[in-house]
Design a protein around this ligand. Structure first.
Ligand code: KIV
Ligand code: ZN
Length: 505
């Protein structure tokens, strides 16, 4: 059976879409999780884009040992220098080089003739090859390119040392039949194709990214690119978890496999959601909350007597454990450790001690602790920012006959400051009080709240989007008290802005 390599671009193509930006510690945490998921390649970023991008790619290259780490570069010597500089410390570095080949991109974006694009390909692939053995070459907007020209450019890339050829459906325009034909034609007409990986990179503008990717696999592609939860430009990249589970579930049809540890899928998806503050839609395939729920009586009856009546995959395959052992205030550290292991969390003893403390504090407020509570609890680690603003206490007064007022005391660099404010409701008043303390030019761009589990003592998760200069920063807070989760989320976002300000100084 043929192996399909999984190339994850959550941290590059995914991260560059609006509202999905991540800071360095978040990118590192995500990269470590992608390594546990056992993807083959992690595209860590676009080093030339900014100093922050460069640092993040370098930190990921230093940390990740078992996956190839790729840095993106346009077909320019400076981009290639930066990309190599950032990935060279990796155990398995890759430079990912791209140039557009479609008539519309060449004319209006690059302002180059096809001959010039061909020449640039030759020069830059050869230049990158002097640095690094593993060179991926992408023909941007390949699906809208002239096929003969595309083959010419790909041939030039292979002849000059490219080891992977990537066919992006950059604007999600292709159809499954076309993608199949394109891959087949390239395979049939390229000299030396047996020595390189043929890859596809599908965007989801017409909702066909998964179908297009799988059609390419059927035609002989050996690498697929995508992002977790399908994040990415516009309608997103192909959702990697959907492609991975399609290959696993229908290996009878696709006759191939990938090396991913699918038991890490759920956790990876949740981690990403908690970092970027974007939850997947409930009916989303594989990782939506309803993906394995059976509501209709007939379905429930069928599943109870024989799972395969309505289940084509088992929830455990993606890391959703079956036997729900209820945890509560009498549960010990071992039970917690076992549960976390079942959920796919691998922790050091120090981390476990920290989570156990949070678990005990939560168990004092909440009778039973569900898997989703635990995932949220572990995810709260991301909120702990050393040296950031921390809430010491708050008092809120609100009602239908009085204006809302809030008094908040924050701690920062060892100093405590208290302020009070009035507002349109308790959260507005609280945020105004916080604004008086922090004195930063920020704007609340979005606020959302949801209950993590059921019951009157459920955890409330607040996600805020904070605008600072040109950037949007996500903050997340979890508590059984929604004012407290609102404060935590706001401070989490503010602390991220603070990190950025420090980096800029
Ligand atoms: O969509 C695209 O064409 C890309 C390339 C840079 C691979 O993301
Ligand atoms: Zn893309």
């Amino acid at each position: 059976m043929k192996q399909i390599k999984i190339f994850d671009t959550t941290l590059r193509d995914g991260e560059q879409s609006p509202g999905c930006s991540m800071n360095l510690p978040e990118k590192l945490k995500m990269a470590e999780q992608l390594e546990r998921l056992k993807v083959d390649i992690i595209e860590a970023g676009f080093p030339t884009a900014s100093k922050g991008d460069f640092e993040a790619v370098r930190a990921i290259a230093e940390t990740v040992k078992n996956c190839t780490v790729a840095g993106l570069a346009r077909a320019s010597f400076k981009d290639i220098d930066d990309a190599y500089d950032a990935v060279k410390v990796a155990a398995h570095p890759r430079i990912h080089l791209f140039i557009a080949t479609s008539p519309v991109h060449m004319k209006y974006k690059l302002n180059m003739s096809p001959q010039e694009v061909l020449q640039k390909t030759i020069e830059t692939v050869a230049y990158a090859k002097r640095y690094c053995d593993d060179i991926e070459f992408s023909a941007e907007d390949a699906s809208r390119s002239n096929v003969e020209f595309l083959i010419k450019v790909f041939q030039a890339a292979v002849d000059n040392g490219a080891t992977v050829l990537n066919i992006p459906d950059t604007v999600g325009y292709g159809t499954p039949g076309e993608m199949f034909q394109l891959v087949k034609t390239i395979k049939e007409n390229l000299t030396g194709i047996e020595n390189v990986d043929l890859s596809v990179h599908c965007h989801n503008d017409l909702g066909m990214a998964v179908a297009n990717t799988l059609a390419a696999v059927q035609a002989g592609a050996t690498q697929v690119e995508g992002a977790m939860n399908g994040i990415g430009e516009r309608a997103g990249n192909v959702a990697l978890e959907e492609v991975i589970m399609a290959i696993k579930t229908r290996k009878d049809f696709y006759d191939c496999y990938c090396n991913v540890d699918t038991k890490q899928i759920y956790r990876t998806s949740k981690l990403l959601s908690s970092i970027i503050g974007v939850n997947v839609t409930p009916s989303k395939a594989i990782v939506g909350v309803n993906a394995f729920a059976h509501e209709a009586g007939i379905h429930q009856h069928g599943v109870l007597s024989e799972k395969s009546t309505y289940e084509i995959m088992s929830p455990q395959d993606i890391g959703l454990p079956e036997n729900k052992m209820v945890l509560g205030k009498h549960s010990g550290k071992h039970a917690l450790e076992q549960r976390l292991k079942d959920l796919g969390f691998q922790m050091t003893q120090e981390e476990l001690v920290e989570v156990f403390e949070k678990f005990k504090a939560l168990a004092d407020k909440k009778k039973t602790i569900t898997d989703d509570d635990l995932i949220a609890l572990v995810g709260m680690d991301l909120n702990d920012m050393p040296d950031g603003y921390e809430c010491v206490r708050f008092v809120v007064n609100s009602g239908s006959t009085i204006p809302a007022t809030s008094t908040v005391r924050l701690k920062h660099s060892g100093e405590e400051i208290e302020e009070a404010a009035m507002g349109d409701g308790p959260i507005d008043a609280t945020y105004k009080a916080i604004n008086k303390i922090i004195k930063m030019d920020i704007e609340l761009a979005d606020y959302s709240i949801r209950s993590i589990s059921d019951g009157h003592d459920a955890l409330g998760e607040v996600i805020v989007k904070i605008k600072y200069k040109e950037g949007i920063y996500t903050g997340r807070g979890v508590s059984t008290d929604i004012i407290e989760s609102s404060i935590k989320a706001y401070l989490n976002g503010i602390n991220k802005v603070q990190i950025l300000i420090k980096q800029e100084q």
